[in-house]
Design a binder for this molecule. Structure first.
Ligand code: ADP
Length: 450
C-alpha cells in the first residue's frame, strides 16, 4: 500500500478511485472510515485506498477530527503518501473545510509543503494564475456562485485558501509548470524558504498534471481534485484494476427497476432533470418532485409524500418482475433553479433545508432497498453521502466510466450505484447510465453483481 486518500465527499471518492484505477493503481474504495476494531482487510496488491467521508460542509473541527482519524487508519495499513481529495470547484466557505483539514494533515504528517491542485482539465476545470475556471467561465461567474451550501464567489484560489488556513499560501504558476519537473521542485524549495506551507498549482491540460504528478512524488501531502491522480503513477509496473475483484471496464450485471435521486441544484443536474422529464413523456418513466416547503410544513405532508413514493416503488416492482428490455425507472428530485432555491432557504434556512432534502432522499433509499431495488443513480455529493449511508454500502468496486469523473460502481451486497457529482455528466446522463446497465444484461436473465 502506498497512497492513502481521504475524500471530503462520496462522489469525489468515486471520481478519484475511477481516475486511480484508470492510471494503473490497484484501488480499494471504502465508504466511511472502517469501524473501530474492524480489521484492515485489504486484498493483496492494493496500492491505493480511498476513504470517502462526508466532511465537506460539517463543522470544521469535526471535519478535522474525521480526516485525522482516516489518515491514522490509512497510515496503520501502510500508506506513505496522503492525498486529500477536494472538489474540483474547491467547494468550501471561509470557515473551511479545505484549509483547516489541510492544516491539520500537514501538521500530522510534518509536511513542509503541500501541492494544492484542484484542476481536472478533462472535466473542464482548469487553474491559470491561481484562478479557477469552469469551462470558459471564472469560478465566480459559473453556476457555483449559487451553490446551496458552498457558494463560490471568488475565483482566486490563493486568496480563498488563505482565508481558511493558518499558513502562508503560495502559487506555482503556469510558467514554472511549463519549465518542467525540476523547475517545479525549485519553486517548492523557494516557497518553503518563505514559510509557505501550501501552494496552489496552475494546470490547464493533462500534460500539466503529468509534470506536477512527477514533481510531487516525494511530497507526503497532496491536496487535489481527482485530476492529479492522472499524473501520479503507482510504484512498480502493476496491472490496473480493483484488487477486490473485477477489472476496470466492467458494467455491473444487476437487473430490475432503478431509482434515481437528484439532490443537486447544479446547472448540470438542472439540465439532466429537465432532459429526463422531457423523455418521460414518451417512455412512461416516473418522476416525483420533492417540495421542501411543503414537506417542512407538517408531518401529514411528509406522510402523503412517502405514501406516494411507496405506491410508485410498488408499481415499478410489479412491472420490473415482467421481463422488459428497458428497466422501469423513477426519479425523485429536489433539484431547482437558484431563484427558487433562495426562496426555500429564506423560509427554512440553508442548513435545515439541506438536511430535510438529504433525509428525504435517504428515506426513499431505505424504502427502495426494503423492496429490493438494486440499481441506484444519485446526483449530488452530499446527497450521495446520505443515500450511500442509507443503503449501508461500505465498499465499492469501480467499473466502467459513464462520463468523465463518474463510473458505475458495484457494492459487495449486489447493488449497482452511480454517484454523480452535481457538476458532472452530459444532459442525458440519467437515461444513458441506465441504458448501459440494460445493455450489459445477458438476454433473458441475471445476474449477481459483476
Ligand atoms: P452538488 O454535488 O451539486 O454540490 P450536493 O448534494 O453536494 O450537490 O449538495 C446539494 C445540497 O443542496 C444538499 O445538501 C441538498 O440536500 C440541498 N438541496 C437540494 N435541493 C434542495 C432544495 N430544493 N432546497 C434546499 N436545499 C436543497
Amino acid at each position: 500500500m502506498h497512497l492513502g486518500c481521504i475524500a471530503d465527499d462520496f462522489t469525489g471518492a468515486t471520481d478519484l478511485a475511477n481516475n486511480l484505477v484508470r492510471t494503473g493503481w490497484p484501488t480499494v474504495l471504502c465508504l466511511g472510515l472502517p469501524q473501530d476494531g474492524e480489521a484492515p482487510d485489504l486484498p493483496d496488491g492494493t496500492q491505493a485506498v480511498v476513504i470517502a467521508l462526508k466532511s465537506r460542509t460539517i463543522p470544521a473541527d469535526a471535519a478535522v477530527a474525521e480526516s485525522l482519524a482516516a489518515w491514522r487508519w490509512l497510515r496503520a495499513v501502510g500508506a506513505q503518501q496522503c492525498y486529500f481529495k477536494v472538489c474540483s470547484t474547491f467547494d468550501s466557505t471561509d470557515r473551511g473545510n479545505i484549509g483547516p483539514v489541510a492544516d491539520a494533515l500537514s501538521q500530522e504528517l510534518d509536511a513542509p509543503i503541500a501541492v494544492v491542485c484542484p484542476a481536472f482539465p478533462g472535466g473542464g476545470r482548469t487553474v491559470f494564475r491561481g484562478h479557477l475556471f469552469v469551462g470558459d467561465q471564472l469560478l465566480s461567474d459559473s453556476g457555483m456562485k449559487d451553490h446551496p451550501l458552498t457558494p463560490m464567489t471568488d475565483s482566486n484560489l490563493v486568496r480563498v485558501l488563505q482565508r481558511q488556513s493558518r499558513h502562508r499560501i503560495g502559487l506555482i504558476d503556469y510558467l514554472t509548470i511549463a519549465k518542467g519537473v525540476s523547475a517545479i521542485r525549485g519553486r517548492l524549495e523557494n516557497l518553503k524558504s518563505e514559510q509557505v506551507r501550501m501552494a496552489i498549482a496552475d494546470a490547464t491540460c493533462d500534460a500539466d498534471l503529468e509534470v506536477l504528478g512527477a514533481a510531487s512524488q516525494g511530497l507526503s501531502l497532496l491536496v487535489a481534485g481527482s485530476g492529479l491522480a492522472l499524473g501520479i503513477r503507482p510504484p512498480g509496473n502493476l496491472p490496473p484494476g480493483n484488487p477486490a475483484g473485477a477489472r476496470p471496464g466492467f458494467v455491473p450485471q444487476v437487473k430490475g427497476p432503478a431509482v434515481l435521486l437528484s439532490g443537486s441544484c447544479s446547472s448540470a443536474s438542472l439540465g439532466q432533470v429537465r432532459h429526463y422529464l422531457g423523455q418521460a413523456r414518451n417512455t412512461g418513466d416516473r418522476a416525483l418532485r420533492v417540495d421542501p416547503l411543503e414537506l417542512g410544513r407538517s408531518s401529514e405532508a411528509r406522510a402523503r409524500f412517502f405514501a406516494e413514493v411507496d405506491t410508485l416503488l410498488d408499481a415499478m416492482q410489479r412491472v420490473g418482475s415482467v421481463q422488459a428490455a428497458r428497466s422501469p425507472r423513477m426519479l425523485v428530485y429536489a433539484t431547482m433553479p437558484p431563484e427558487e432555491l433562495r426562496g426555500v432557504q429564506q423560509v427554512l434556512g440553508r442548513e435545515r433545508a439541506s438536511a430535510l432534502v438529504e433525509e428525504v432522499m435517504a428515506s426513499v433509499a431505505r424504502r427502495g432497498l426494503q423492496r429490493g431495488i438494486r440499481r441506484w443513480v444519485v446526483a449530488g455529493g452530499e446527497t450521495s453521502g446520505a443515500v450511500a449511508q442509507a443503503l449501508q454500502v461500505r465498499l465499492l468496486r469501480i467499473g466502467s466510466q459513464i462520463d468523465p469523473g463518474v463510473p458505475w460502481t458495484a457494492s459487495g451486497q449486489g447493488l449497482a450505484l452511480a454517484l454523480k457529482s452535481g457538476n458532472f455528466g452530459g444532459e442525458d446522463f440519467f437515461s444513458r447510465s441506465l441504458d448501459m446497465l440494460d445493455a450489459a444484461m445477458p438476454a433473458g436473465g441475471d445476474e449477481g453483481a459483476a
